[in-house]
Ligand binder design. Structure first.
Ligand code: EPZ
Length: 425
């Protein structure tokens, strides 16, 4: 079983280039099912989650050409498609649920395995299904088989849909279903993440009529059919944030390239509050220079919220940083009910974090010690890598398959800015 060995090699220095966004490419790949023409997706990150989505689309009947060197995938769904993904595949990745909207819109039928909870929470899909139902779909649960089916006789119809929570996945799935519905769909209290805007831009390039993505209301005028397109996926803002924190936690000086500063404003703000210097750079202002060596870093408080609030996917990495600064900090996780699994592992390294209700209390002023730790989920694993870069001695990180789901070339990129990290089989 593979593991990472991480040692403190002092402040990180140099340049690192960010890959395409995992959480943008997955819904975009699923949405290729909406057209019979080939769709070319560029800046695709080489991730195991992308591989799983390829397997899922092929299991449905699409054909895929992959060239990870070039960061290019071509998806051709001009075939007789099956309406469901094999359970084994569906359960390997929650994002498989994002094929439901496109299949329902395209063929009037989709079945999926109910994606049980995961390490970070129960993660139901009730809001997705409520949206499909509002557009005329019939929803059938098969508890025994653990599946849910959505069917409709004839095309879906437009509807007014209010989301009880601005869910990213529900916004993406309902948007992908509504683009081929008859009439107008108005979605309210929707997610405003950059990945939503990227999906809407892609759908509009295919001939859809989506307006308002990036705001709390999206209007979609259904069209009869969609054509193929070519699209560059946005840079990964969570990978961006992770490398920004890597510079801070090692008190280094790193230039993070291929970024969209607007997508990481909350992270920039909190790093500056801690005492880092963060400057926009590059001719196109698509670079961020992060310096954690200007003055002593101090504690700050974090509360995770839907975008444009502080991203839950950066909570664990930031918590690792806050263990190493002067003074205490409080972190409150509001998006997922069980996203503190990394605390136990950081405490093995001497972090001394306590939890009280939804809050995590970080004392700060500790010298982390290398230890054997386990990655319990993707971002928790990233936090342990960052902690290992600042700890005394060696840190051994197990279950790194979680980390490799969401970070393309992490070891090489970190080594490129001076980190002592190795992947050991
Ligand atoms: C997306 O998950 C991301 N995944 C997650 O990133 C991210 O943490 C999350 O959005 C929030 O930003 C992908 O894009 C593939 P949600 P998603 O639906 O769509 C509740 C990572 O580390 N909810 O916005 O599943 C849900 O339980 C991953 O890259 C319902 O109650 O997130 C949660 O508490 C982890 N009913 C909250 O909403 C629903 O029908 C937010 O979930 C849907 C969601």
């Amino acid at each position: 079983m593979a593991k990472f060995l991480v040692k403190n090699a002092g402040p990180l220095h140099g340049e690192v280039t960010i890959s395409g966004s995992k959480n943008s490419v997955l819904p975009i790949m699923a949405a290729a099912l909406l057209s019979d023409d080939p769709c070319t997706i560029l800046d695709v990150p080489a991730l195991s989650d992308v591989e799983v989505m390829c397997d899922i689309l092929e299991s449905i009947g699409a054909t895929i050409e992959k060239d990870y060197e070039a960061g290019k995938i071509v998806i051709d769904a001009n075939h007789e498609l099956r309406s469901e993904t094999p359970a084994e595949l569906g359960q390997r990745m929650r994002a498989s649920i994002l094929t439901m909207g496109p299949l329902l819109a395209r063929d009037g039928r989709t079945r999926a395995s109910l994606p049980g909870g995961c390490a970070i929470g129960a993660r139901p899909i009730d809001l997705h299904l409520k949206g499909f139902e509002a557009m005329g779909a019939e929803i059938i649960f098969d508890e025994e088989a653990g599946t849910v089916t959505a069917t409709t006789d004839g095309p879906l119809h437009g509807a007014r849909i209010y989301l009880d929570y601005p869910s990213v996945g529900a916004t993406e799935n309902i948007m992908a279903a509504a683009v081929l519905a008859e009439g107008q769909t108005i979605m309210e209290n929707v997610a405003q993440e950059p990945e939503i805007v990227d999906l809407a831009n892609y759908l509009n390039k295919m001939g859809a009529r989506v307006k308002g993505a990036g705001t709390d209301m999206i209007k979609i005028d259904g069209v009869k059919s969609l054509h193929g397109t070519e699209h560059n996926v946005i840079p990964d803002r969570i990978e961006t944030g992770t490398f920004m924190v890597a510079a801070a936690i090692t008190r280094g000086d790193v230039l993070v390239k291929n970024v969209v500063p607007d997508h990481v404003r909350p992270i920039i703000a909190k790093l500056i509050e801690c005492g880092c210097q963060v400057e926009e750079a590059g001719d196109d202002l698509d670079e961020l220079r992060v310096r954690g060596n200007i003055k002593e870093l101090k504690g700050t408080d974090i509360k995770t919220l839907p975008y444009p609030g502080f991203p839950t996917d950066m909570q664990s990495q930031f918590m690792a940083l806050l263990t190493t600064v002067h003074g205490s900090s409080t972190v409150i996780e509001t998006v997922f009910e069980n996203r503190y699994m990394h605390i136990g592992e950081l405490n093995r390294m001497g972090a001394g974090i306590r939890t009280e209700d939804k809050s995590a209390l970080i004392p700060g002023d500790v010298k982390l010690q290398g230890a054997q730790v386990v990655a319990t989920d993707l971002r928790a694993g990233a936090a342990l890598v960052l902690a290992g870069l600042a700890a005394e001695g060696e840190t051994e990180i197990f279950e790194i398959r979680h980390i490799e789901r969401g970070y393309a070339g992490l070891v090489e990129k970190l080594q490129g800015i001076g980190a002592d990290i190795r992947r050991v089989d």
